[in-house]
Ligand binder design. Structure first.
Ligand SMILES: [Zn+2]
Length: 156
């Protein structure tokens, strides 16, 4: 999934929690930022393993989208990372349970979206400004639904 979907999904879920009365929009926004931020491990892995353009965000992006010359996901995308971070969220919840919930919402929604993202027929697949962009029909549909929910949340 693309970063905007990793942001929108936990943000909208957080706003749903806000409607239910036990969350704030700031925490929903934090969940969205965490959701998108999880993939920053791709950049760190790129710096560690790339032979050239080590600090290039564009090179990191294109390797993730198209070339896949090495695995860019770190342990936080795996089961061990999910368990370790789960323990950290539990410990954090003893002090600030809403912040822990926000972190967990962003992180676990990211893992869920990564797991259900399979190679599917592309709605958009092109190279713009030397950046490869891929969006499947399913991701595009999910984005539309999330934006509709976001719009209705802001209007009501
Ligand atoms: Zn990811």
């Amino acid at each position: 999934m693309n970063p905007h979907t990793h942001f929108l999904f936990p943000f909208v879920l957080g706003l749903l929690f806000t409607k239910l009365g036990f969350f704030s929009w700031e925490l929903a926004l934090l969940a969205g930022i965490i959701g998108a931020f999880v993939d920053m491990d791709h950049y760190i892995e790129h710096i560690l393993h790339s032979k050239k353009n080590r600090f290039s965000l564009k090179s990191t992006w294109n390797n993730s989208m198209k070339y896949h010359t090495f695995r860019q996901r770190s342990f936080i995308h795996d089961t061990n990372g999910a368990i370790i971070l789960g323990f950290l969220f539990i410990i954090l919840s003893f002090f600030w349970w809403q912040i822990a919930l926000s972190f967990a919402l962003g992180y676990y929604s990211h893992l869920l979206l990564d797991k259900i993202h399979l190679r599917k027929k592309q709605f958009l697949g092109r190279k713009n400004l030397h950046l490869y962009i891929h969006i499947s029909y399913e991701e595009f549909l999910l984005d539309v639904l999330l934006v509709i929910f976001l719009g209705s949340y802001l209007l009501i």
